[in-house]
Design a protein around this ligand. Structure first.
Ligand SMILES: Nc1ncnc2c1ncn2[C@@H]1O[C@H](COP(=O)(O)OP(=O)(O)OP(=O)(O)O)[C@@H](O)[C@H]1O
Length: 305
């Protein structure tokens, strides 16, 4: 597989605490990749290693086939959860400073800033001090700072916190557009519905270890319980024969468990045979939220949901 990032047996310890314990996974090029895990799992420690802010104590990290080195930070854009803009600086001078810091020439910085500030409709803010901007406005500036130097890998830690629905959508569209252009994106969040909506691949870290990794579709399919939702055009008052478990019943819908090897056609045929007017018949895939809780509980030796 064509990987933009490849982590092999990465280890990070702080004194005696093992924060990252032999973690391996790959991030496919141009994917939107979810880096997930409960609090304290080791996600930030991994991000700090990938962005070369800290060094791993063991293992190897490859960016675009090359072992991480001092030239790589210019190829990475990182938007940390703790936003790091200098409050007293003006937007224009701040972004110019960050563009230059990331290796852009003065003229390329100007071109990139014109493009991004127009795109985000923030050109008017050029002379405003960062402290004069609202939290959401600062976040837009931070996003521009993250993508300004045209990085091949972008790491976004909770990028939607504090954004209103319109700006959230603006950012989501931008992420999709960057991905379409071949940029690889690592997205870290605790909001599983956002991961479900945006990411094509994930890794789930728990207690410093990779406990689940792969395409979202494959993972959701592997956790499915052979359950189907039936919606009726009219209220349905019938019962089901043995072999079908009614998981949930409302006047005009049913959730039915078919058990292992159960056949959805048999359910459909039975209902049609009873004269039911069916308006929808769908397999239910578990949400990433359910999968997260189930996988972490299992890893902690707790009973699954
Ligand atoms: N500088 C540090 N010194 C000592 N321990 C640390 C340090 N940084 C992180 N840790 C520990 O390493 C473990 C992993 O922390 P990390 O910040 O990587 O987790 P996280 O997955 O990002 O968590 P969260 O979702 O809460 O941000 C935790 O047990 C944390 O206490």
């Amino acid at each position: 597989m064509d990987l933009i990032l490849d982590l092999q047996n990465v280890v990070k310890t702080y004194d005696k605490k093992i924060a990252v314990n032999n973690v391996s996974f790959g991030v496919p090029r141009a994917s939107i990749f979810g880096l997930l895990g409960p609090n304290g799992a080791g996600k930030t420690s991994l991000i700090r290693i990938i962005t070369t802010i800290t060094r791993a104590d063991g293992g190897k990290v490859f960016l675009d086939g090359q072992e991480l080195n001092s030239l790589h930070p210019e190829q990475i854009g990182y938007m940390p959860e703790e936003r790091g803009l200098y409050k007293k600086m003006k937007v224009g001078e701040h972004l110019t400073y960050l563009g230059r810091l990331k290796g852009l020439s003065s003229s390329d910085t100007k071109i990139a800033l014109k493009y991004w500030m127009e795109k985000f409709e923030v050109s008017d803010w050029w002379g405003k001090k960062i402290e004069e901007l609202s939290k959401g406005m600062q976040q837009k500036i931070q996003f521009i700072a993250t993508v300004l130097h045209n990085p091949k890998l972008i790491i976004l830690d909770e990028p939607f916190t504090g954004l209103d629905p319109i700006n959230t959508n603006l950012l989501k569209d931008e992420i999709a557009e960057l991905s379409d252009k071949g940029v690889s994106i690592i997205f870290s969040t605790h909001r599983m519905e956002q991961v479900e909506e945006i990411c094509d691949n994930i890794v789930l870290i728990d207690q410093g270890q990779n406990i689940l990794h792969g395409p979202v579709k494959t993972i959701r399919n592997s956790f499915k319980k052979n359950r189907f939702q039936v919606d009726f055009a009219e209220e349905w008052k019938g019962t089901l024969p043995s072999g079908f478990e009614v998981v949930d019943q409302k006047p005009s819908s049913l959730v039915v468990g078919l058990g292992e090897g159960g056949n959805s056609n048999a359910l459909l045929q039975y209902l049609l045979g009873q004269g039911a007017q069916i308006s929808a018949f769908n397999e239910i895939l578990p949400s990433l939220n359910e999968i997260f809780i189930q996988a972490v509980n299992k890893n902690h030796g707790l009973v699954s949901l």
